[in-house]
Design a protein around this ligand. Structure first.
Ligand code: GTP
Ligand code: MG
Length: 136
């Protein structure tokens, strides 16, 4: 069975949307197989976002992810990596389709980094690497 890493980012936790986001994952039919809440260390975030190092939004992104607790979720199901990305919607919440987590529940607040509520692994290789990082 395929597994993916979902993160409910600090904006999702602060806005009390964790339950709504988990509800959508379960309602779709995926299984929550592990879950933890943590305050992420910079070293963990640096590894998690290594592919974005050097990009203009990198520093604001890491600062945002350090700004409060995160809920990390191990989610399982056939084609769940692709399926959760579809549930989440596209990166920019302004244009993410209604019906998606980002499209329904997130917006542009005029900040330096897009606060888009969730992260989902983007490939089997990323999922394996990220699950190891967040659940080791
Ligand atoms: P994740 O699931 O969080 O990885 O989102 P994603 O895969 O849709 O986006 P990506 O991995 O490309 O970027 C990671 C995060 O950086 C995004 O979720 C946004 O919070 C932020 N980000 C990405 N691109 C931009 C951008 O062009 N501008 C700004 N301000 N933030 C960005
Ligand atoms: Mg990504």
């Amino acid at each position: 069975i395929e597994e993916t890493l979902v993160l409910i980012k600090p904006d999702g936790v602060a806005r009390s949307l964790s339950g709504e986001i988990l509800r959508r994952i379960e309602a779709k039919g995926y299984s929550i197989v592990d879950i933890r809440m943590l305050q992420a260390e910079r070293s963990l975030l640096a590894e998690h976002y290594a592919e974005h190092e050097g990009k203009p939004f990198y520093e604001p992104l890491v600062e945002f992810m350090e700004s409060g607790p995160i809920v990390a979720v191990r989610v399982a199901g056939n084609r769940v990596i692709e399926g959760f990305r579809s549930l989440a919607g596209t990166t920019d919440p302004t244009t993410a389709a209604p019906g998606t987590i980002r499209g329904d529940l997130a917006r542009d607040w005029g900040l330096k980094v897009q606060q888009n509520l969730v992260h989902g692994s983007d490939s089997p290789e990323s999922a394996e690497r990220e699950l190891q990082l967040w659940f080791s």
